[in-house]
Design a binder for this molecule. Structure first.
Ligand code: SF4
Length: 117
């Protein structure tokens, strides 16, 4: 097992232990019976080649695209994931770690702008 693999495994354990919200949207998730490895690919996720990066996430994205609780899943991840891209793992709510980190930064900039206007 490589060091990288261990990080993904830890992320998966943490994901399973994150607190369930009052209305448990997890019962309706499209990934319930999916292979969890699809959501934690170990190759090409940080490739500088956009095609390889897209291919790494494509199988999980296809499942998320059909998910009725996609928004709840995304907000749950954003609610407990720490910091920047390096502390985010797997695909959640149809977004990869880089996309979630960018979304958080975008929301923070927007909130800052609104606070100063
Ligand atoms: S959005 Fe994707 S990761 Fe989240 S519950 Fe749905 S299928 Fe699973």
């Amino acid at each position: 097992m490589t060091h990288t693999r261990s990080v993904y495994t830890i992320a998966r354990i943490r994901d399973d232990r994150s607190p369930a919200p009052a209305a448990d949207w997890r019962h309706d998730r499209a990934c319930t019976d999916a292979d969890s490895e699809l959501f934690y690919p170990t190759e090409h996720t940080t490739s500088t080649d956009p095609g390889k990066r897209a291919a790494a996430w494509a199988p999980a994205r296809a499942i998320c695209a059909t998910c009725p609780v996609k928004k709840a899943c995304l907000e749950d991840a954003l609610g407990w994931e720490p910091g920047g891209v390096y502390y985010r793992h797997g695909l959640r709510g149809g977004l990869d770690p880089r996309e979630r980190a960018n979304l958080v930064r975008s929301r923070q900039r927007k909130a800052k702008r609104e606070a100063t206007t």
